[in-house]
Design a protein around this ligand. Structure first.
Ligand code: UDX
Ligand code: UDX
Length: 464
């Protein structure tokens, strides 16, 4: 089957870049990205491509090239579903905040809404692709809804998990380690559907890198990949605390360990804790699935990755308080960075949010600078925790447009995101404008500790 029209429901961090790259590489396929959020779609359609709602290096150029040619952004969900041969579901699947599985299970209400809408609208056969990360066997629920509420057309469900990392999304999509496609490969129709999606990716990715599996293996592989990646970070972060006690240096340990080809060097950078929309959510999901099968040891094993990550964020904040003579009440702490990693404006689960919340409990005054995150986003992140009132947050947290200004008259500076520009700052000038002793807490191991000590800072670096 030759795919001519693709629709993607969800114009977010995954749907937007993924569809832009498909459109770029498959000029014969019309790609329409739809979303219920009108503001977001308007931003994707902004005449100035620099105003698209997601910041990713290289993305605006691709949107510029393909938009209006074979890449479209729209709020007409029904219209796009109707036209499409293949529909990607790329809506968010947050952790449930209510009822059974609260705080752990994935909330699938948006997925279900999409399925019902696809069933209602479809007048011809469709291939439905799960792009969102989902609990294992969600495809079954999806198929049930589609088959039982549909108009008698045939739906094939595929799982095609996304492995892109934010900040490098475009490169990851253009040049993925692998593409994974799960489907009903034991039936003729299922196989044809898998082949149709393979052919889309094969337009720019070597076939040897396109893996096909059964549906459940594909769904589980995504959770497994994220769990393994997060586990490496929690493992090195556990070591960072031992390093601080023993005089070892966590980067030296990571290098020595990572040169073992069985271990490898990536994802061994100690930090103030991992964030992002996926790691915590997917592991909690894995924990919930394990528990629901009565696999308590498996659940405990994976939950420890999250426990370690929460500990890492808390102990960084505690270190700031302890170092500042056990009180930060009324003291100005400058936060450099708010995003969960560099080169993105995404802040979901960012460590900075939790460190700030802890310091607010201690009545600190926080001044934030992040090159890509807006003031409204920062306030919304803190308000969403529900631990401090909106008034208190706006009173105690200030968001400033330059790093130098943020650090002026501060008692301490804390590096929360590894933005490259922080390495180039005039640290001597910043030191001169701070209260003394001037403390610096590097939660990303970004800066040159010896240089900063020479300038006069009292420096704490995670993991040494
Ligand atoms: C994705 C995946 O979908 C998620 O499962 C994965 O684990 C992380 O990344 P992401 O693209 O980052 O989510 O989410 P987000 O940026 O929130 O985008 C989702 C979009 O779907 C939003 O713009 C939202 O408005 C839209 N949406 C949601 C719909 O269009 N319809 C709905 O019913 C629900
Ligand atoms: C992750 C997965 O990498 C990706 O494959 C999946 O599709 C979605 O989830 P993402 O969350 O966008 O991607 O970014 P990633 O680069 O994995 O970073 C996640 C968090 O881990 C960030 O907070 C980052 O700072 C942190 N991290 C990463 C570390 O603390 N140390 C490391 O060595 C690597």
């Amino acid at each position: 089957m030759n795919i001519k029209n693709i629709c993607c429901i969800g114009a977010g961090y995954v749907g937007g870049p993924t569809m832009a790259v498909i459109a770029k590489n498959c000029p014969d396929i019309n790609v329409t990205v739809v979303d219920i959020n009108e503001k977001r779609i308007a931003a994707w359609n902004d005449e100035d491509v620099e105003n698209i709602p997601i910041y990713e290096p290289g993305l605006s150029d691709i949107v510029k090239e393909a938009r209006g040619r074979n890449l479209f952004f729209s709020t007409d969900v029904d219209g796009a579903i109707d036209k499409a041969d293949m529909i990607f579901i790329s809506v968010n699947t947050p952790t449930k905040t209510y009822g059974i599985g609260k705080g752990m299970a994935a909330d699938l209400k948006f997925i279900e809404l999409c399925a019902r809408q696809i069933a209602r609208v479809s007048k011809n056969d469709k291939i439905v692709v799960e792009k969102s990360t989902l609990p294992v066997r969600t495809a079954e629920a999806l198929k049930n809804i589609l088959d039982n509420t549909g108009n008698g057309v045939n739906f094939q469900i595929l799982s095609n998990p996304e492995f892109l990392a934010e900040g490098t999304a475009v490169q990851d999509l253009l040049n993925p380690d692998r593409v994974l496609i799960g489907g009903g490969i034991d039936t003729e129709k299922g196989k044809n559907a898998v082949d149709a999606l393979v052919d889309v990716y094969a337009q720019w990715i070597p076939k040897a890198q396109i893996l096909t599996t059964n549906l459940w293996s594909s769904e589980l592989s995504k959770l497994t990949a994220n769990a393994f990646l997060a586990q490496r970070i929690s493992s090195i972060n556990a070591m960072s605390e031992i390093c601080e006690k023993t005089g070892a240096d966590v980067d030296e340990v990571a290098k020595a360990v990572g040169m073992d080809s069985r271990i490898g060097p990536k994802f061994l950078k100690s930090s103030v804790g991992f964030g992002g929309s996926c790691f915590q959510k997917d592991i909690l999901n894995l924990v919930y699935i394990s528990k629901s099968f009565g696999l308590n040891e498996v659940a405990d094993y994976w939950e420890q990755v999250i426990i370690m990550n929460d500990h890492q964020k808390r102990r960084f904040a505690e270190k700031i308080v302890k170092t500042l003579y056990n009180t930060v009440s009324g003291k100005k702490i400058a936060f450099l960075g708010w995003a969960f990693k560099k080169d993105t404006n995404d802040t979901r689960e960012s460590a900075a949010i939790h460190v700030a919340d802890y310091l607010l409990n201690e009545q600190a005054e926080i001044v934030v600078y992040d090159p890509k995150v807006t003031k409204e986003r920062i306030y919304a992140d803190l308000e969403a925790l529900g631990t401090h009132s909106s008034e208190e947050i706006r009173d105690r947290v200030k968001v400033i447009n330059t790093a130098v200004e943020a650090c002026k008259d501060a008692h301490a500076v804390a590096v929360l995101t590894e933005w490259d520009e922080f390495k180039e700052l005039d640290w001597k000038g910043i030191y001169n404008d701070m209260l003394k002793p001037a403390f610096l807490f590097d939660g990303r191991r970004l800066l040159d500790k010896d240089e900063l000590k020479k300038v006069g800072f009292e420096v704490f670096v995670i993991g040494s």
